[in-house]
Design a protein around this ligand. Structure first.
Ligand code: GRF
Length: 233
């Protein structure tokens, strides 16, 4: 698809407030922070469910307020989610980004933020939901792998797909090499989708997901490795 220059629309002088939920190394968080210098969005808060992750150091290095809400500190998922919701609501984000947040969120929690939570999943959804996607595509002798950005709904990895990036699998690829390639592609795709949301090119309107006013196909907007190469300096 033809990339169009982003221009702030409804958020002309007010960057979109993005809260990022993490649980790991935070490489996607880093890509999002790096891209936030476009002034269309700002990472205003990082929350990790795991206290010992490198992603928190990335937030600290970027002077972004960050905190831990550890699921282990609560007797139930409901109590964990209540605490998380309190922290999120105190920050009043326009958009919540799941970036390696490894907790399953309940329907009740997700319903509070429908249309304003995005996730990135390392597979070409609706295929390969769940974990260990890189090994699973190799075991299945697939020719293609990729990553998908989707709105979060109560169904795990099942919300409407906004965009996908598709990469060929080579005979020499391992789960580790695929992980590296897919993550590099994620770092290209996720900030792009966030920018679309920030400038209102991407809209979630009840059951409709619109991009520049037109419904997005159920497979999401499609990209491939040539799109990445085309935008690298
Ligand atoms: C990403 O590969 C993403 O697809 C998955 O979790 C991983 C997070 O990695 N949801 P990082 O913490 O952003 O490095």
């Amino acid at each position: 698809m033809s990339p169009k220059t982003e221009t702030p629309s409804t958020h002309a002088n007010v960057p979109c407030r993005v809260l990022v939920l993490i649980g790991g190394s935070g490489s996607n968080l880093q890509a999002i922070i790096d891209a936030s210098n476009n002034h269309f969005f700002e990472v205003v808060q990082v929350i990790s469910h795991n206290p010992d992750v490198y992603g928190l150091k990335r937030a600290q290095a970027a002077n972004i307020p960050h905190q831990v809400v550890s699921h282990k500190a609560f007797a139930s998922r409901a109590l964990f989610e209540q605490a998380l919701q309190k922290k999120i609501d105190a920050c009043a984000p326009d958009l919540i980004i799941l970036a390696g947040f490894m907790r399953i969120l309940s329907e009740q929690f997700v319903q509070n933020y429908l249309g304003k939570i995005l996730n990135i999943h390392p597979a070409l959804l609706p295929h390969y939901k769940g974990l260990n996607t890189h090994q699973r595509v190799i075991d299945a002798n697939e020719s293609w792998h990729g990553a998908s950005v989707h709105f979060v709904t109560p169904e795990l990895d099942g919300g409407p797909i906004v965009a996908q990036i598709k990469l060929p699998i080579k005979s020499t690829d391992s789960a580790q090499s695929l992980k590296q390639k897919i993550q590099a592609a994620e770092h290209w795709l996720y900030p792009k989708v966030i920018s679309w949301f920030a400038v209102s090119r991407l809209n979630h309107n009840h059951n409709d997901i619109l991009f520049d006013g037109s419904p997005i196909p159920t497979t999401g907007l499609q990209f491939n490795d040539h799109d990445i190469e085309g935008t690298q300096q």
